[in-house]
Design a protein around this ligand. Structure first.
Ligand SMILES: [Zn+2]
Length: 635
């Protein structure tokens, strides 16, 4: 027990062929040694614990092995030199820690001794670990030596932060990039070592260790040491999870199962139970993001190229199966949106007083993301609608509902606007299609301050059925693209998704409320009000207004409002449409919509011939809106 050697040292590779994960480096060095092309300086860069120092020692051995007459890729491992290098006591191999010997004096000392010939071997090898920690003066002193090194000297620098090594040094070295090990590589190495050491660890346990090691074999072996010390040679998965603080794969699967079902309470229960187990919540958020990544990878290349997919997933068998099974239940777009959403949760966690709340809100938002319909499928549905109507939507509208429509709409604003005359409603009729109304210059009250009412906001939101019905019932075709504002809006969202995905998530809860002469108004439920600010930063606003101008055929100012109470439009909800119109029925049928509010009689309205009316507006701030209407109509 007294001479216990930690696994990482005990199992340190003794030959180039034994090195896991860095075969590209091992092969290049072997070839160079065979050909006798030995550089004066090497620079090994890569994350910690992936074998840089090990490789440096192997190179030192290869240069100085006494079992061969010249540098050899296959050092004997038995001679005095090989044994001393393995123990770190060889006189000709100096290992210097760049972090502690970083000053000019250490380098000067090194330069003074460098001219001495090697004592036993062929070369004097200087291994400087964490070389990026050297001071500038030290680097300068080193540079002079590197320019004209004595022929018997070989430098091997190792660094975890290549970018901190001056370019002048880098350019004088042969560089090798060491890579992080895949989880599967670590598992297979752990398996071999555990078997030889007589540890009974399940593949799942080894997977847990590999996961926690995060690409570092040295960390993995240290954790294996720790695990065996903690739970004995047959440590259970539960003990291991406790030790490593790793989240149970089954609980993650449960969480994503609930998210797929949009089962908020189920997902919250999983989160609560993880939190009770003392799980670190930031780690949990990271784990959710990791799983979303796995699901997306499985989704994209799972069945098409199973081999490639497995390599990309880099997960132990069982976890991979769970991920592949779950991936079929999310669309690629959904996963993308969830990833952005959880990225935001991770940001929020940084400043959060109670991380649990932030996570829970993330879960709630995840289960309430409105269902996605691709733009392509919407277009398909629109053309299908055209086909069923036996013409195109550009054909003359159905006269039955056209004429009365505008008065009816006007009438629903009427009750609280006593001074509103019938004349102005007639004047405005042509443009009052819910899409393009005349501009209202010099409004006394800004449009954004007027809470939109249920009827109007639903009329004008982006739900396709209303757009189609409004469109078809409008006698005068409005401005170019504005004809079909909801399609234009959907296309705009598509563009935002492509160009600024984060902005698309901000916009997720927003619906198109209305388009006036010069403003395009979007609104969101009060619960999502925080997003309003993010959307309205100067750069986002400018970006959106550029897109709006393109999609709607004219420049419009973007206005963002918060919708209070039950009147908030749900972007995906089907609209308020009176029954009995065949067009409406077709639309509802096609788009799977529903009528959310029955038609109601309107008091004091010029009764339209068909009796088609919309629900009355909410009696909120009538004065401002009526005056705005008037002003809009009068010029
Ligand atoms: Zn040897």
């Amino acid at each position: 027990m007294t001479n216990y050697v930690v696994l990482a040292r005990k199992w340190r590779p003794q030959q180039f062929d034994d090195v896991v994960g860095q075969e590209h480096v091992a092969r290049t060095l072997s070839n160079a040694l065979t050909a006798g092309r030995i550089a004066h300086a090497y620079l090994f860069a890569g994350p910690r614990g992936v074998g840089k120092t090990t490789m440096a020692r192997l190179l030192a051995k290869a240069l100085n092995c006494q079992g061969a007459t010249a540098p050899t890729p296959t050092a004997c491992g038995q001679c005095e030199s090989c044994r001393e290098i393995a123990q770190g006591i060889a006189a000709d191999v100096m290992e210097i820690d760049g972090a502690s010997s970083r000053g000019i004096n250490e380098i000067r000392e090194l330069r003074e001794r460098i001219n001495y010939a090697p004592l036993k071997g062929r070369r004097r090898v200087y291994i400087i670990d964490e070389v990026h920690m050297l001071t500038n003066e030290a680097f300068n002193a080193l540079l002079k030596t590197l320019e004209e090194p004595p022929p018997h000297v070989v430098f091997i620098f190792a660094t975890t932060e290549l970018h901190k090594v001056p370019a002048t040094i880098q350019s004088r070295c042969q560089q090798f990039l060491f890579r992080r090990l895949s989880r599967l590589e670590i598992v297979s190495r752990l398996e071999l070592i555990a078997q030889r050491e007589g540890f009974a660890l399940s593949p799942v346990s080894l997977g847990l260790i590999a996961q926690a090691a995060d690409g570092s074999l040295r960390d993995a072996l240290s954790l294996l040491d720790q695990a065996v010390a903690f739970g004995g040679p047959s440590i259970t998965e539960e003990d291991l999870r406790q030790l490593l603080g790793v989240i149970d794969r089954r609980q993650m699967a449960e969480l994503f199962d609930a998210l797929a079902r949009r089962d908020g309470s189920g997902a919250l229960t999983v989160i609560r139970s993880l939190s009770r187990q003392g799980q670190d919540l930031r780690q949990l958020c990271g784990m959710v993001l990791e799983w979303l990544r796995h699901l997306a990878v499985a989704r994209v290349c799972g069945t098409a190229s199973p081999g490639e997919g497995q390599a990309l997933l880099d997960l132990p068998e069982e976890e991979r199966k769970a991920v592949e099974q779950l991936s079929g239940r999310f669309s690629a777009e959904e996963l993308q949106r969830l990833f952005l959403l959880w990225g935001r949760v991770a940001e929020e966690l940084k400043g959060s007083l109670d991380p649990l709340f932030a996570i829970e809100m993330g879960v709630v938002r995840s289960t309430q993301l409105p269902a996605l319909e691709s733009f392509g499928s919407l277009l398909h549905k629109v053309s299908e609608l055209e086909r069923r109507l036996g013409g195109t939507l550009d054909a003359p509208p159905m006269t039955q509902s056209a004429a009365p429509r505008s008065p009816a709409r006007r009438s629903d604003r009427r009750p609280d606007t006593a001074d509103d005359t019938a004349d102005d409603s007639a004047d405005e009729r042509t443009s009052d299609d819910g899409v393009a109304r005349p501009a209202a210059p010099a409004q006394p009250a800004p449009a954004a301050s007027r809470p939109p009412e249920a009827g109007r906001s639903l009329d004008d939101t982006s739900a396709a059925p209303q757009a189609v019905s409004a469109r078809a019932s409008t006698p005068t075709p409005p401005s170019a693209v504005g004809q079909d504002s909801s399609i234009a809006w959907a296309a705009l969202l598509e563009l935002v998704q492509q160009q600024k995905p984060y902005l698309a998530t901000y916009l997720a809860d927003f619906g198109l409320v209305e388009i006036t002469g010069r403003d395009l108004v979007i609104g969101c439920p009060a619960a999502s009000a925080v997003m309003a600010d993010r959307i309205q930063t100067a750069s986002n606003k400018e970006f959106l207004e550029t897109l709006i101008a393109r999609q709607f055929g004219r420049p419009l100012r973007l206005k963002v409002i918060t919708l209070q109470g039950a009147a908030a439009p749900v972007p995906s909800a089907a609209g308020v449409v009176p029954p009995l119109e065949p067009l409406v029925e077709s639309a509802l049928d096609l788009f799977g919509g529903r009528v959310v509010s029955p038609p109601q009689p309107t008091p004091a309205a010029p009764v339209p011939a068909t009796g088609q009316v919309r629900p009355p507006r909410r009696p909120a701030t009538p004065a401002s809106s009526s005056s705005e209407d008037q002003q809009g109509a009068s010029p």
